[in-house]
Design a protein around this ligand. Structure first.
Ligand code: FAD
Ligand code: SF4
Length: 470
């Protein structure tokens, strides 16, 4: 019996969840992966070798107990698996959907070497989705509440993770967000075809039942002052993200028909969510020849949103080669399947047109010597200019930090690029230069990932509790 188990990975290959038909994928804003069946989940979980020193756990930024919950799932024990999964992750069903597993847990799986990694992400998603469907909810009946209250600014993954750990330890988190729904970029950045908004709505209900208070449509600094929060709460956690758009710095960026990635994505998601019924600010790519500039997750989401809106063509141009793209390979493959055309090694030098966009001028690049970060720097090839015709252009070059004006008043320090200084390895993890204020997620790391924001929010909660001595 034991021997058979050990060789399951040879008899049963890696199977990914089925993707929806391509016609559906090209037209609808629904998650493209169907859920695993219970049988598939058990079979795939069974492939885990239960390595003594599991690399997947180390590579997972929140250090999930992966082989342990895979074993529980293989045995059909969903309720124990979901409890265990929530010991390390505040939003496992979200990470299962959007983590770039190929670079994280699954990339580190021993079986990735030739046999196909265990489908860790899909199983993680399955555990929580199934447990919720079975009526499971986190049980906090044993928690003794203290009289401590923490204001959490930002309901993105960092803020939510911080609130989750606080409430489970008897500290009341009160979360403020300027948006009408929780989730931060989970709701207003990542499109429905990767993460349906019902998943976040369900989490809002669960967190509310647990005792987390949400004040939505409330911008700190405008609708409520930071001084009030500092006075009324025992500590403050900042998880405000990064929202300054990076520009290309070439001519033509102000022409009609040139858009920033995030407003484009937000306008579409709000429409899908029924939050934009009068279509104000809705950016529609129907029948347009679109060029998307950039090669990260944001660019991929724009490409695939435009396909679903009915763009005539979508060309994604990136200045390095495919090997050196920063985003998830799975999402690049999905974009290709859905009809996105890629131009690699192309650097935009101008957006051309009279008032309205008519095209993008590129030069071809080749990769030169590595820079100080070890990434090879693109060099331009002389005489390689070309113009790709376009009716619309989306700039998806990423985000820089956006420090609030009140940071200096509070004595919160930032580095040269505007990231808030808050160390993980310190007496109180993620404390800022103001002892009462903690921070984590994109505003500390610079734009990164959902799972790293969750880790920092959770660690900051530990720091806050140490600081408050609870
Ligand atoms: P955010 O998610 O940005 O949340 C910050 C919150 O703070 C927001 O809700 C904002 O409204 C609120 N806020 C800010 N200032 C105030 C204020 N003054 N008052 C009240 N509220 C305020 N990562 C992945 O792992 N996988 C992916 O597939 C992926 N795809 C992405 C696609 C796109 C288009 C983008 C833009 C990002 C993507 N990311 C992805 C990155 C990921 O979404 C972020 O790294 C993560 O959301 C950061 O979490 P956060 O909590 O730090 O910030
Ligand atoms: Fe993998 Fe992300 Fe889940 Fe960690 S949180 S196990 S990296 S999918």
């Amino acid at each position: 019996e034991r021997l058979q188990n050990n060789f399951q990975f040879i008899d049963v290959g890696r199977v990914d969840p089925r993707k929806k038909d391509i016609d559906v994928r090209k037209a609808q804003f629904v998650e493209i992966y169907d859920p695993f069946t219970p049988k598939q989940t058990a079979e795939q979980s069974h492939r885990c070798l239960e390595c003594g020193n599991p690399y997947c756990e180390w590579k997972c930024p929140v250090h999930n107990y992966i082989p342990n919950w895979l074993k529980l799932v293989a045995e059909g024990n969903i309720l124990e698996a979901v409890e265990l999964s929530h010991q390390t992750n505040s939003l496992p069903e979200v990470c299962g959907r959007v983590c770039p597993q190929d670079r994280l847990c699954e990339g580190a799986c021993t079986l990735n070497d030739g046999f196909g990694a265990v489908t860790i992400g899909s199983v993680e998603k399955y555990i929580t989705d199934t447990a919720f469907a079975m009526g499971w909810r986190p049980d906090l009946s044993h928690v003794v509440m203290t009289d401590k209250k923490v204001a959490v600014i930002g309901a993105g993954p960092a803020g939510l993770a911080c609130a989750d750990v606080l409430i489970r330890n008897g500290v009341t988190p009160v979360v403020f967000d300027r948006n009408p729904e929780i989730g931060g970029l989970l709701t207003f950045g990542i499109p429905e075809f990767k993460l349906e908004k019902e998943v976040i709505k369900r989490r809002r209900e669960v967190f509310s039942q647990m005792g987390v208070e949400f004040h939505l449509n409330t911008e700190v600094g405008k609708d409520i002052t930071i001084d009030t929060l500092i006075q009324d709460y025992d500590a403050v956690f900042l998880g405000m993200g990064t929202y300054t758009y990076m520009k290309g710095g070439f001519p033509g960026e102000d022409l009609l028909g040139v858009y920033e990635a995030l407003p484009y994505l937000v306008s579409n998601t709000k429409r899908c969510m029924g939050l934009n019924t009068d279509n104000t600010n809705f950016i529609d790519m129907r029948d347009q020849r679109l060029v998307v500039l950039g090669g990260g997750d944001t660019a991929m989401d724009c490409n695939r949103t435009a396909i679903r809106q009915g763009a005539k063509s979508v060309v994604c141009a990136y200045r390095r080669d495919e090997e050196n793209m920063p985003g998830s390979r799975r999402e690049v493959a999905n974009a290709k399947e859905e009809g996105v055309q890629f131009l690699f090694n192309r650097q935009p030098v101008a957006i051309v047109g009279e008032d309205q966009v008519e095209g993008v001028k590129f030069v071809t690049t080749r990769l030169g010597e590595p820079d100080e970060n070890g990434r090879r720097v693109p060099e331009t090839v002389p005489g390689s200019e070309e113009v790709v015709p376009a009716d619309a252009v989306i700039i998806a070059f990423g985000f820089r930090p956006s420090p609030a004006p009140w940071f200096t008043d509070l004595g919160i320090e930032t580095d040269g690029s505007g990231r808030v200084l808050a160390q993980e390895k310190s007496e109180y993890p993620f404390q800022t230069a103001n002892p009462k204020v903690f921070a984590g997620g994109d505003m500390v790391r610079g734009s990164d990932l959902v799972v790293t924001a969750i880790w920092e929010g959770r660690q900051a909660a530990e720091g806050i509790m140490d600081y408050l001595d609870v």
